[in-house]
Each structure stands twice: as C-alpha cells, then as structure tokens.
Design a protein around this ligand. Structure first.
Ligand SMILES: C=CC1=C(C)c2cc3[nH]c(cc4nc(cc5[nH]c(cc1n2)c(C)c5CCC(=O)O)C(CCC(=O)O)=C4C)c(C)c3C=C
Ligand code: FE2
Ligand code: FE2
Length: 342
C-alpha cells in the first residue's frame, strides 16, 4: 500500500514529536581491561585519519603489524590499575555527567551520551534520540580545547550518520569552551578547593594537557593555542601569587615530535632542580580517565619521586563536581537557547 499524508497513521513511527535532544560525547574506552578489548578499541581509534594523519598505505602496516601486537597488553595492564566495579572511569563519569544534565536541564530535553570509539557509538545514540522523537539535537563533544583529533572527528562521525538519513534532525554543535568564563571559573574554584585541602602546600601547579604532534600546530590546528589560553586564564583566575604555574603536554605517542614541554620531562626536571612539592591538574580532560589516573597519578608520581620530589598530588578533573556540573549546564543551556525555555 502507498502511504499518503491522509493514510499515514497518527502513531506512525516516522512521526516525530518535536523534542529536543542533547548528545554528550567523549572519546571512548575499551570494554574491559584486557588485551583483546584494548586491541579492538585501539584498532578503531588509531585508524581514524583525524587522529593519525599518516596515509593509510604507510600507517596501517605499522598499526596492524607492530602497534596492535605490542601496545594492547601494556595498555591493558595500565587500564587494570584504574578500572572500577562499574567499568572504565571515562565511561562511568561520562554516564554520570549525562544523567546529571538530564536532571539539571529538566524534562524539556532528552539527554543521552555517546563515545567516538568503542561502545555507545554516535550513530546509534543519534538514532536513539530520533526514535524518541527528537527533531533538534545539540551535539556536545566534551572537549574544552578544539582539535581535529577530538572535536572535528566527533562532528565528522555525526555527519556520516546524518548523510544516511532521509529525514535529518536539526543539529547544533557545542563550540570549544577553552576560554569560557564559566569553564575557567569552575576550574579555578574546583582546583583552589582541591589545593587548599591538600596536606602540603605545593610550590608548583602543573597544568598537563593531552599532547598532539607538533605538526598539527604548524598545519593550523588551534589546539595548542587553546591550551595555552586556558592555562593563562586559569592562572589569572586562581590568583595565587605564592604558587608557580607551568603548562605541559602528556601522552606522547610514536616517533614524531609532539608538543612540548612534555609532562614527564618537566616532572623530572623540576625534581632535579630542587622542587619538592608538586600538584598536577589536567584541565583539558572533562573526566578522569587512563591518562589522568594512571599516566599522571601513578606514573607521574613515580617520575617526580625518582627525580628527588617529596610530595605529589594529582588533582581530580571536574567530573561530577558541583562546579563542573553547573558549568556544563551553563554552556549547554546557552547553545539550547531558543530551543528550550530559560
Ligand atoms: C596519535 C595518537 C593520539 C592522539 C593524536 C591523541 C589525541 C588526543 N587524545 C585525547 C584524549 C584521550 N586520549 C586517551 C587515550 C589514548 N590516546 C592515545 C593516542 C592519541 N591521542 C592512545 C593510544 C590512547 C589509549 C591508551 C594508551 O594505549 O595509551 C584518553 C583516555 C581513554 C580512556 O579509556 O581512559 C583520552 C581521554 C585528546 C584530548 C587528544 C587531543 C587533543
Ligand atoms: Fe589520546
Ligand atoms: Fe597515556
């Protein structure tokens, strides 16, 4: 039978209700702290041409022949050290953030979350929002600093899904918020509270951002500038003359030159130069994850101690802190303006 507007039943599944959806997105994580699960995750992640900008003909043999045969075991061991009863910290915290946003934004919107790699893929969660009647969707990559390897690949993936739809939703994208007063204010308050609660007074607050190949900066990616601006504004907002600040980049991968100075190098250098008490924060991560809980809190502590450091604290990300959630609500509400009341 041919469906005409007259014959289309009122409850036909393609009749949408005009709801507004919010899709919070983060990077993604393996399903288990085991080599097989890590291998599947890394195969997808490191095959993204936004992440590794080497032509596949040259890169795939290295990835499949070397990296995926060596790294998963090592990374699985690292994941096992931070895994919780509920799962990978990144997945748990992202889910909690989405649940909190559903409560704070109220019934006028439907909040869901997706991951760029691994479980809860973006196309599936976009479809879930459509199936629930959402005609307007705010896509919210939770990366304060823009980079091609993070924000852009989320938008690419959503675009790929939209490209297959006859009836697309209207889409808005949360802009990078690296210099947003709400974000800087939340970080300043939360980090001040954490520093004041320490049992020692740090001489230095290291602000460690995820690294990127230096080449991406030369090609025009704003990531490095966004990180530096966040760090500058945060130092000003925290207004602690007795505390020295430094900005570093962590998680170097592969042989190419990455953004400098590197976090591990600076920890060793500071220890060798007589700094004894350090706190380290990772303002670019919306949620604690392998990179903060293992690389900074475990490895970073060891690196600093080996260089002569005495006291070390890895501070938490904004996660589901009241400051962090209020900030998320503020920036999401701003993008929802005209779509929902208030
Ligand atoms: C070429 C490699 C990588 C680039 C470029 C890169 C950019 C980048 N990554 C994040 C955020 C996260 N990365 C995380 C893990 C992680 N990152 C890489 C490599 C690159 N990242 C790898 C191989 C891994 C996996 C772990 C490992 O084997 O070391 C995570 C944590 C994920 C988790 O499960 O907890 C985050 C978050 C940003 C923001 C970024 C560019 C700005
Ligand atoms: Fe990464
Ligand atoms: Fe790492």
């Amino acid at each position: 039978m041919t469906l005409t507007p007259q014959s289309l039943p009122q409850d036909h599944p393609s009749v949408r209700s005009g709801r507004v959806g919010v899709l919070v997105v983060n990077l993604g994580t393996p399903d288990a702290p085991e080599a097989g699960a890590v291998k599947r995750y890394l195969a997808e992640f490191l095959s993204d041409r936004r992440v590794v900008e080497i032509p596949p003909i040259a890169w795939q043999p290295i990835l499949r022949g070397i990296i995926l045969n060596t790294r998963p075991k090592k990374s699985a061991h690292a994941y096992a050290q931070v895994w919780t009863d509920e799962g990978s910290p990144l997945a748990v915290i992202t889910r909690q953030q989405a649940e909190a946003m559903q409560v704070q934004l109220g019934d006028g919107v439907l909040v869901d979350y997706a991951m760029r790699y691994g479980a809860r893929p973006i196309p599936e969660r976009l479809q879930a929002l459509l199936d629930a009647g959402c005609e307007r969707i705010l896509l919210a990559p939770l990366y304060p600093q823009y980079s091609g390897a993070t924000t852009a690949t989320v938008v690419d993936k959503a675009g790929e899904a939209l490209g297959k739809m006859r009836w697309q939703p209207s889409l808005r994208v949360l802009p990078p918020y690296h210099d947003d007063p709400a974000y800087i204010g939340a970080l300043a308050q939360d980090l001040t509270r954490q520093v004041d609660a320490l049992e020692f007074a740090p001489e230095l607050l290291l602000l460690s951002f995820h690294g990127m190949p230096q080449r991406t900066l030369e090609l025009g990616d704003p990531y490095h500038c966004h990180c530096r601006k966040t760090a500058r504004l945060l130092e000003t907002a925290m207004a602690r003359p007795g505390l020295r600040f430094r900005t570093t980049f962590q998680s170097r991968f592969g042989r190419a030159k990455w953004l400098e100075p590197a976090t591990d190098t600076v920890l060793a250098e500071e220890g060798a130069n007589g700094t004894r008490r350090i706190a380290i924060a990772a303002p670019g991560f919306s949620a604690d994850c392998l990179e903060t809980l293992e690389e900074l809190a475990i490895q970073g502590r060891e690196q600093f101690a080996a260089a002569g450091g005495e006291q070390f604290a890895a501070l938490s990300c904004l996660n589901t802190s009241p400051d962090g959630l209020d900030m998320l609500e503020t920036i999401l509400r701003r993008e929802l303006s005209g779509w929902i009341n208030g």
